[in-house]
Design a protein around this ligand. Structure first.
Ligand SMILES: C[C@@](CO)(OP(=O)(O)O)[C@H](O)COP(=O)(O)OP(=O)(O)OC[C@H]1O[C@@H](n2ccc(N)nc2=O)[C@H](O)[C@@H]1O
Ligand SMILES: Nc1ncnc2c1ncn2[C@@H]1O[C@H](COP(=O)(O)OP(=O)(O)O)[C@@H](O)[C@H]1O
Length: 289
């Protein structure tokens, strides 16, 4: 029986566009977005225990174990399965910036649900894990869905979206943007006209680089000047845009060498990296559809 899985990837996402189209009665915002998986990942190690203890084995700066989405995901799955004897040692190797809009915490949680469902033999299918994941955050169902997606609702209504096989340069502007500040801002527009998936049928560089906009970007750049500076700098090379609620800023390139050239000139105060578009989550095969 497999009881250990190491270096399990938790990939980042980019929101190629993100429109705020309205608001639910509970105050949550209705969104439309194109979610793109990229090959920059946190990695997690899992070892099954049989004493009912769920333990994070390492420190993660700024994230106490009890509030880590990884630990919360493990508890949620075990409680749902009704198997109190199940436990795990989990090591989280963080690479993705926190509060970066690349979905690191949500992706870590999704990887935890996928791997522990497999190791613990809980037998949940993809749809059940997605329902569970939504309790942890709006982006978690996307990572469990496993494909690039057009998302609606608060991010839980997902349809497969074909996107360009391009490279991305991503800049971390060195600030962490709390999502709640962006959504509660008076500056936020909440009435972008809904689009239909048929408006971008076959994928395309257009979806990748110039379709739509990110409605949260205007708010984030107003509050965080470094985000504005990163959008302006990267905008010299193409259509630069913020992902999610920020702070990271990205731009698409057809070829890897173009991304390399851009990164050579990156101002030293920022961290920047390249990543390739992925068509499928690397652990998508772990769960039955
Ligand atoms: C904006 C997006 C786009 O992918 O991602 P990130 O930038 O966080 O990666 C997500 O929708 C982020 O969803 P989620 O990760 O659940 O947001 P949280 O941090 O839990 O939200 C913090 C607060 O923002 C507000 N909020 C969040 C999502 C939403 N659709 N409407 C809202 O009004 C709520 O007040 C919520 O309490
Ligand atoms: N495993 C985790 N990795 C990152 N952040 C986490 C994790 N667990 C909980 N969090 C909390 O969630 C917040 C947002 O996480 P993250 O997904 O990295 O950003 P974003 O949603 O902007 O992409 C962090 O600031 C942190 O407090």
């Amino acid at each position: 029986m497999t009881t250990i899985l190491t270096a399990c990837p938790a990939p980042a996402k980019l929101n190629l566009f993100l429109h705020v189209t309205g608001r639910r009665p509970d105050g949550y915002h209705l969104l439309q977005s194109a979610f793109q998986l990229i090959d920059r990942c946190d990695t997690l190690d899992f070892a099954v225990r049989d004493d009912g203890r769920i333990i994070r084995t390492n420190e993660v700066l700024g994230v106490p174990a009890e509030s880590d989405l990884v630990i919360r995901a493990a508890h949620l799955l075990r409680d749902a399965a009704g198997r109190p004897e199940l436990g795990a040692d989990i090591t989280v190797h963080k690479v993705l910036p926190m509060g970066g809009g690349v979905g690191g915490g949500s992706s870590d949680a999704a990887t935890t649900l996928l791997v522990l469902n497999h190791l613990w033999k809980c037998g949940y299918n993809r749809a059940s894990l997605m329902e569970m994941g939504l309790k942890l955050g709006a982006d978690v169902p996307f990572f469990l869905f496993g494909r690039n997606a057009f998302a609606e609702g608060v991010g839980e209504e997902l349809s497969v979206l074909r996107t360009a096989d391009c490279w991305y340069v991503v800049i971390e502007p060195g600030v962490s943007v709390p999502t709640s500040i962006i959504f509660s801002s008076k500056l936020l527009t909440r009435d972008t006209q809904p689009v239909r998936i048929t408006d971008f049928p076959d994928a395309t560089k257009q979806v990748a680089s110039s379709f739509g906009k990110n409605d949260l970007e205007m708010v984030a750049t107003a509050h965080f000047p470094e985000v504005a500076a990163a959008v302006e700098w990267l905008g010299k090379f193409g259509n630069a845009r913020m992902t999610g609620s920020g702070a990271c800023v990205f731009c698409a390139f057809e070829h890897e060498h173009q991304a390399d050239e851009v990164l050579k000139t990156l101002p030293s105060r920022w961290i920047g990296w390249k990543a390739k578009a992925m068509q499928e989550h690397p652990l998508a095969h772990l769960v039955q559809s």
